[in-house]
Design a protein around this ligand. Sequence first.
Ligand SMILES: [Zn+2]
Length: 217
Amino acid sequence: MSAIYDIHTHDFPEVPGTAIVQLTPAGYCMYPGHVYSVGLHPWDIQDDWKAQMAKVAVMAMHPHVLAIGEAGLDKKKSPVPMGIQMDVFREHVRLSEMLHKPLIVHCVKAIDELLAIRKEMGVKHPWVLHGYRGGPNQAEQLRRAGIYVSLGLDYNTDTLLNMPFKYLLFESDTYGDVSVLYNLTSEDMDAKEESVRSLVAKNIVAFLKSHYDASFE
Ligand SMILES: [Zn+2]
């Protein structure tokens, strides 16, 4: 299997297997050679969300689906009541725990609810908060709770330089090729792009394999 340099994208990478491609239950095409995550985004929750989640559950079992999500809570952009968003999110958490696949989280203005669900459900597997723009202090708090952060193009430089690097993941999300991100971050870090790539690839492997354990304490 090739190294994965991008934990979350909505596009197929040029080299199959180098990025985790986001699938939704609405329409998908699982081209061979690629690796995937599957989830119901809080913006896309419909009245028949139980049927939507039944599809997600079937897709999630596929061996090329390495993670669950993105799924989560959005108080700003989702018209869906928070109670339903939380129920749908809990379904993703159950899948993640049951299938031993980590969860990619979308969270806007609902960190407290997110942490409460993690605690209430006694979650063992790691999560990653994608598109993280916050500072290193909050990132450290999340890490202690078992939640990695993933940096996209609008990353906070302070977080990049001051978080223990092994807890950082990178993503392109909807912004095209992840190379741009490696270019920018390696300049900020005064490091070679290749070495940043291999470090992040290692972090992604660790994230995908790890269960919640003492290493988060
Ligand atoms: Zn996304």
